[in-house]
Ligand binder design. Structure first.
Ligand code: SF4
Length: 336
């Protein structure tokens, strides 16, 4: 047996994201009349080369308003789908279509239809981390910034089906006191590692640190739940959207801040306030799906026009109505 039959195949080395790579990305984007959008959880090189960095809803709104013919969405698949829903006439590319989301995958459209059949007349409220097919079965989408207001806008005698995030659902039920609200048992498995014991230990070890909790991610919704349940003193906990987190970073007097969200966010926080010591509550809280968008994949996407995101027009129209209702209620913030 030869050595090559024994050893696993070694994938070709990824090209390092150097200045030449960045120049090539920008030149290809210009040639294609493309705008490159990067989610806050992307690797730093992609955040730095993108035209816009932000959270999913803010980026989708930028996509819809952009002059560009092509949107290259460096994020996970449901986010690129939401951009396509809001900008149906544009070409939307994601550098690797395999970049999914365990939270969005925790409920399918078939499962939702079966759940609706068990509760005829119920109003369906879906967190923005859902597929286009699930959004099409939804009455109103929400972000965690406006989830409470969305549920409060529904007449008290109507049942509510809330999905897919059980932590956000538990938080909304606690705040609204609503008993006729059913919550789907979904979660972000990537961040199941952020737990009460870890939060409490980190907060106790650094009693002067503030805690920034970003509520639009599976990891952070569990942190939100724990903070609300008193695991960490309330006055030190700041529940903030991504934009709010960056604003607060510039304002804070704290020397150190514990950050409960995906670790990619730390790059933007360090840039916003280099003098503050930002530390992750869980330094393993890295989304493997987000990190599938590599610098090489971005280059390939711009060069070859891959992977194009398609959403059935009829599904898109129904999903768009649910997303538009979300935007009209309260302050939807930015999504994950
Ligand atoms: S961090 Fe969790 S919720 Fe966010 S994209 Fe990754 S898997 Fe989905």
């Amino acid at each position: 047996m030869s050595l090559s039959q024994v050893l696993p195949e070694v994938p070709p080395a990824e090209r390092a994201p150097d200045a030449a790579w960045a120049d090539e990305v920008r030149a290809l984007a210009e040639r294609r009349n493309a705008v490159v959008l990067a989610h806050n959880y992307q690797v730093p090189a992609i955040q730095d080369v993108a035209h816009h960095v932000g959270d999913s809803l803010a980026l989708s709104r930028i996509a819809a308003a952009a002059d560009a013919d092509t949107i290259v969405f460096c994020g996970v698949h449901f986010m690129a789908e939401t951009a396509k829903i809001l900008a149906p006439d544009k070409t939307v590319l994601i550098p690797d279509a395999r970049a999914g989301c365990s939270l969005a995958d925790s409920i399918t459209a078939d499962e939702l239809r079966a759940w609706k059949a068990e509760h005829p007349g119920a109003v369906v409220v879906s967190y923005v981390n859902t597929t286009a097919a699930v959004k099409a079965e939804t009455d109103v989408c929400c972000t965690s910034s406006n989830a409470v207001e969305v549920v409060e806008s529904i007449p008290a005698d109507r049942e509510v089906l809330f999905l897919p995030d059980q932590f956000l659902g538990a938080h909304v039920r606690r705040v609204t006191g609503r008993e006729n609200m059913h919550v789907w048992a979904g979660e972000c498995h990537v961040h199941a590692g952020i737990n009460g014991a870890e939060l409490t230990a980190k907060a106790e070890a650094d009693p002067d640190a503030e805690l920034f909790v970003h509520p639009e991610c599976g990891c952070a919704t569990s942190a939100l739940y724990l903070a609300g349940a008193g695991a960490v003193p309330a006055e030190r906990v700041k529940i903030l959207s991504t934009g709010g987190m960056l604003d607060e970073a510039r304002e804070t007097r704290a020397k150190s801040v514990l950050v409960a969200t995906e670790i990619g966010m730390l790059h933007q926080l360090h840039r916003a306030a280099p003098e503050v010591d930002f530390r992750p509550v869980n330094d393993r809280a890295s989304c493997t799906y987000m990190k599938m968008i590599t610098p090489e994949a971005l280059l390939r996407s711009l060069r070859d026009g891959t992977d194009e995101v398609h959403v059935d027009p009829e599904l898109a129209a129904r999903g768009r109505a649910a997303v538009q209702r979300m935007i009209e209620i309260g302050r939807p913030g930015g999504g994950e």
